[in-house]
Design a binder for this molecule. Structure first.
Ligand code: IPD
Ligand code: CA
Ligand code: CA
Length: 264
């Protein structure tokens, strides 16, 4: 596999998809809900996923695609080349704010992340990384993250973490919120991974994310030294939804040991 060629191909596909998304604002966007009233999808999410899949299947017939909207392949194993695609991550932001959403794409071979992309469409910021080759914002290389402490950290959690919930004990999270410098929540897992990779935020945690939410951002975060895992400290399995966290390496273990108490 020539990863340089694939990288250029993926970047141009992403930029083209971004243009389609921008143009969609002058058309009618049809919003519907999926698993719950707050789980939104639009005709644009579906069209963009289909755009990617048609092209990838045409140009790389041996590659498989796992896409959020279900137009891709039925992926039961990580063998071969798999594209993990979220055509619009942050659909609620897309619908309500027309910003703060991203195209998220990760290309893996035999379960190993090789190429990662998160495209902040409205800012025209393309974050990308190739395994062992560093991470970039457009053409500018992202520096490795500097060490931090919980006291100096900005923690990406939303309000549901400090209320009783079925995933984690909320009392240690209240301690974390009180101890850290501040909290933020942006509504797009892919962009939140990028905020950790750029040092704008030091930790991001989610109770339930899918492979397409994290596949691209994890490769980028890894290249600057951040650590991604489930909240039990395992490598994300990439075949199903799981808990997820990404953090500056200097606080990742402390977070797991002191502040995250998973419910059985
Ligand atoms: C969602 C966003 C959101 C996260 C949800 C995801 P979607 O993706 O990333 O920030 O909290 O868990 O499902 O539905 O907008 O693609
Ligand atoms: Ca998503
Ligand atoms: Ca989505």
């Amino acid at each position: 596999m020539n990863w340089g060629v694939l990288d250029r191909y993926a970047k141009s596909l992403i930029k083209e998809a971004g243009q389609h998304i921008k143009h969609s604002f002058s058309t009618e966007i049809v919003v519907s809900s999926k698993s719950s009233a707050n789980d939104l999808v639009t005709n644009i999410d579906r069209e963009i996923e289909q755009f990617f899949i048609k092209r990838i299947h045409r140009d790389f017939p041996n590659h498989r695609i796992m896409g959020e909207e279900g137009f891709g392949d039925d992926i039961q194993s990580l063998d071969g080349v798999i594209w993990f695609l979220d055509p619009i991550d942050g659909t609620m932001n897309f619908v309500h704010q027309k910003r703060n959403f991203a195209i998220s794409l990760g290309i893996y071979i035999d379960g190993i992340g090789m190429l990662g992309y998160v495209y902040d469409v409205m800012a025209d910021d393309l974050y990308s990384a190739m395994k062992d080759e560093g991470a970039y914002l457009n053409d500018i290389r992202l520096p490795k993250l500097m060490d931090t402490t919980i006291e100096e950290a900005i923690v990406g959690v939303n309000a549901s973490w400090v209320a009783p919930n079925r995933y984690v004990d909320h009392d240690p999270i209240i301690d974390l919120v009180n101890k850290c410098r501040g909290t933020r929540s942006y509504g797009s897992a892919a962009l939140e991974l990028i905020h950790v990779a750029t040092g704008r935020v030091d930790v991001y945690m989610s109770m339930r994310l899918s492979p397409w939410d994290v596949a691209g951002g994890m490769i980028i975060a890894n290249e600057v030294g951040a650590i991604s895992s489930t909240m039990s400290g395992q490598q994300p399995g990439m075949l199903q939804s799981e808990t997820f966290m990404v953090a500056n390496a200097s606080v990742h273990t402390q977070l797991l040991e002191e502040f995250i108490v998973l419910k059985k």
